[in-house]
Design a protein around this ligand. Structure first.
Ligand SMILES: C[S@@+](CC[C@H](N)C(=O)[O-])C[C@H]1O[C@@H](n2cnc3c(N)ncnc32)[C@H](O)[C@@H]1O
Length: 290
C-alpha cells in the first residue's frame, strides 16, 4: 500500500497534469478538459475511461514527455484527430491521416438520408465518391451488411487509410478503387450514388478557420464557386445509374438551391433538401427517371 503522502503526490501528479494541460488548451479547444484527457489516454495507450477511473495512477517521466509533445502539437492548432490519428464517426472508431478529411458529424445527415432511401427502395449497389477515410461507406456497410458498396477516391493515400479501416472493422462488403470521380468505373449502373465532395469556394473565409490548413486541400476546395465537383458528380451521374437510381450529396449550407438546379438540369426528378442537426440545409438528393 502506498503511504498517504505517496497517494497524495500521485493524485497531485495526474490532477496537475490535466489541470495544466486544460489551461494550455483553452485557446484552441472547445472542451479543453476532454481533449486533455483524450491526449493523456492516447499517450498512455489506455482508454479515456481508465484516466477517469484511476485518478491516482502515477505517470512516469517517459509518458509525461509523450503527453507534452502531443499537447504542443495540439496547442499549435493541429486538430485533435490528426494528433491521435483517430476520429469516431457513426460510432465507428476510424483511423485518419493528413491524407483524409476528418469526418464531420454533419456528414451523418448524408448517412441517414442514404439509409432512408435504402429502406424504402430496392437498393443493392451503392457508389461512395470521394470516400476519404471510408467514413460514409463503412457506416452504411455496418448498418446494411448485404449492400455492395464501391468507394472511390483520387487519393491513393486516403484509400490506404480507408482500406485499413474496413479491415480493422471486419467489413468486406466495400470495394475500394482509385478514380477521378467516375473515370475508373466499369460503367455498370448502381442504385445509389452518395458523395460528400469538396464544396468550399477558393478564397472562402471559412478556409482560414483554425485547423483547416492541416486538412488536404483537394478534400475541401472546389473551384471559384465551390460547385465544380458537385457539377461533375451530378452532371455525369446518369451514365452510372440504373433506371430509377438516386444521387444524394452533401453541400454547403447556402448551396441547396444551386445543387437542386444542377439536379434539374440533368433531368433528375423532384430534388429534395435535408437539414442537419444544426438546422443547416446540408444534403440534397434526387431520383433519375426510370
Ligand atoms: C470532403 S472529403 C470527404 C471524405 C469522406 N467522404 C468524408 O465524408 O469524411 C472529399 C474527398 O473527395 C476526394 N476527391 C477530391 N477530388 C476528387 C476527384 N476528382 N475524384 C475522386 N475523389 C476526389 C478527396 O480526396 C476527399 O477524400
Amino acid at each position: 500500500m502506498p503511504s498517504t503522502k505517496q497517494t497524495y503526490l500521485q493524485n497531485l501528479v495526474i490532477e496537475t497534469l490535466l489541470n495544466k494541460a486544460s489551461a494550455e488548451l483553452a485557446d484552441v479547444a472547445e472542451n479543453p478538459r476532454l481533449e486533455a484527457r483524450t491526449l493523456l489516454a492516447f499517450a498512455l495507450n489506455k482508454p479515456v475511461t481508465w484516466i477517469i477511473a484511476w485518478p491516482d495512477a502515477s505517470i512516469d517521466a517517459t509518458a509525461q514527455e509523450q503527453f507534452s509533445t502531443l499537447l504542443t502539437r495540439r496547442r499549435q492548432g493541429e486538430p485533435l484527430a490528426y494528433v491521435t490519428g483517430q476520429k469516431e464517426f457513426w460510432s465507428l472508431p476510424l483511423n485518419v491521416s493528413t491524407a483524409t478529411l476528418i469526418p464531420r458529424a454533419d456528414t451523418e445527415c448524408l448517412v441517414e438520408t442514404a439509409l432512408q432511401l435504402i429502406q424504402s427502395h430496392p437498393i443493392t449497389e451503392v457508389l461512395d465518391l470521394g470516400t476519404g477515410s471510408g467514413a460514409i461507406a463503412l457506416a452504411l456497410a455496418t448498418e446494411v451488411p448485404d449492400l455492395h458498396i464501391t468507394a472511390t477516391d483520387m487519393s491513393e493515400a486516403a484509400l490506404a487509410v480507408a482500406r485499413k479501416n474496413a479491415s480493422r472493422l471486419n467489413i468486406s462488403t466495400v470495394s475500394f478503387l482509385q478514380s477521378d470521380w467516375y473515370s475508373a468505373l466499369d460503367g455498370a449502373g448502381v442504385d445509389l450514388i452518395i458523395s460528400n465532395p469538396p464544396y468550399i469556394a477558393k478564397g472562402d473565409a471559412h478556409l482560414d478557420e483554425i485547423g483547416l490548413q492541416y486538412e488536404p486541400q483537394q478534400a475541401l476546395i472546389s473551384g471559384t464557386d465551390g460547385l465544380d465537383d458537385l457539377r461533375a458528380i451530378i452532371g455525369n451521374a446518369p451514365a452510372s445509374l440504373r433506371p430509377g437510381g438516386f444521387v444524394a450529396v452533401e453541400h454547403g449550407f447556402d448551396q441547396a438551391d444551386a445543387v437542386c438546379e444542377l439536379f434539374q438540369r440533368s433531368a433528375f426528378a423532384h430534388p429534395q433538401t435535408v437539414r442537419d442537426y444544426s438546422g443547416n440545409a446540408r444534403v440534397s438528393f434526387a431520383q433519375y427517371p426510370a
